[in-house]
Write a protein that binds this ligand. Structure first.
Ligand code: SF4
Length: 295
């Protein structure tokens, strides 16, 4: 594996209350080979060259340990905002697993976003971390249809398998739910997809399902996405260009109606879908004051 130089691993988050109560961000890897056609991390704004090639950061674990030891707030550390922490190399290199071991040692919490079943390997550590701090796992699923998911996320396990991962995490009493982002206009923004996603999440014992209706398409991501989406529905890229122009945020035409249906379905299935309520729910066992004074 190729390594890139870095001075820091963890960065303080200033969006905790807006995004899953996260206190620190961390990306142990750079790049991702899962090939999602809408991936925002591909944007030039993140300066990741050869995005599809996975690299790691030099001395990542050593730097991480120094940083964990120096922080007074034993908050929630987010894994994988710009790359999936359970990529194909993680199976052999175990960098994410080693980082979780450090998180446990220093008493921090974790928030993990993934599309991979490799997270099941680390259930033992997640359970141990949850004894002293907060743990939240977000399984990223955009559509319940496996064939469509294969097109949108070509190198990822099927949506059906991702729901099974969710179920196994829940069977192990790990707080977990579904991250249904992005919602792609004309592709995954059907009422059927929204209703099925909520229903299947509920059947697999999700604690929550969270969505943001729409997709973020920054400059160079536009072209990458349009080129691929055209293979799915001919003429669709033209419709996007007509409707959204150079907008970065592309929301479904019936945004408000869809959101209303989503919330109604979640309420019927007793699934949390509001960011504030999700944060309150998964952090309820360890109040912030205790997180600071516990260690
Ligand atoms: S798994 Fe996440 S980081 Fe990787 S390509 Fe897909 S959206 Fe991008």
């Amino acid at each position: 594996m190729e390594y890139v130089k870095t001075r820091t691993i963890m960065t303080k988050s200033n969006q905790g209350n807006l995004w899953f109560g996260i206190d620190y961000h961390m990306n142990l890897y750079r790049g991702c080979s899962y090939g999602c056609i809408y991936c925002d991390s591909r944007s030039d704004s993140y300066h990741i060259k050869d995005f599809d090639k996975i690299k790691s950061k030099e001395n990542a674990l050593q730097i991480l340990e120094e940083e964990l030891a120096s922080k007074s707030l034993k908050g929630v550390v987010s894994f994988g905002t710009l790359s999936d922490p359970y990529n194909e190399l993680e199976k052999d290199y175990k960098i994410t697993r080693e980082a979780l071991t450090l998180i446990k040692k220093y008493g921090f919490g974790v928030s993990i976003d993934t599309k991979s079943d490799l997270i099941l390997r680390d259930i033992d550590l997640l359970k141990e971390i949850a004894q002293n701090n907060s743990v939240i796992i977000k399984i990223s699923i955009t559509t319940y249809e496996d064939e469509l998911a294969k097109f949108l996320e070509p190198n990822v396990i099927s949506s059906t398998k991702r729901f099974e991962v969710l179920k196994k995490l829940r069977e192990n009493d790990i707080y977990a739910g579904v991250l249904m982002t992005p919602v792609l206009p004309f592709v995954t923004d059907s009422v059927d997809n929204i209703k099925q996603m909520v229903r299947i999440s509920h059947e697999n014992r999700a604690n929550f399902i969270y969505t943001k209706m729409g997709v973020t398409l920054k400059s160079n991501v536009h072209d990458y996405y349009y080129e691929r989406i055209e293979k799915l529905y001919k003429g669709l890229s033209k419709d996007y260009k007509t409707l959204y122009g150079n907008n970065i945020i592309c929301s479904p035409l019936k945004y408000s109606d869809l959101l209303e249906i989503f919330v109604k379905e979640c309420n019927q299935h007793h699934l949390l879908c509001d960011m504030g309520e999700i944060i309150k729910d998964y952090k309820k066992k360890i109040p912030l004051k205790e997180q600071i004074s516990l260690f």
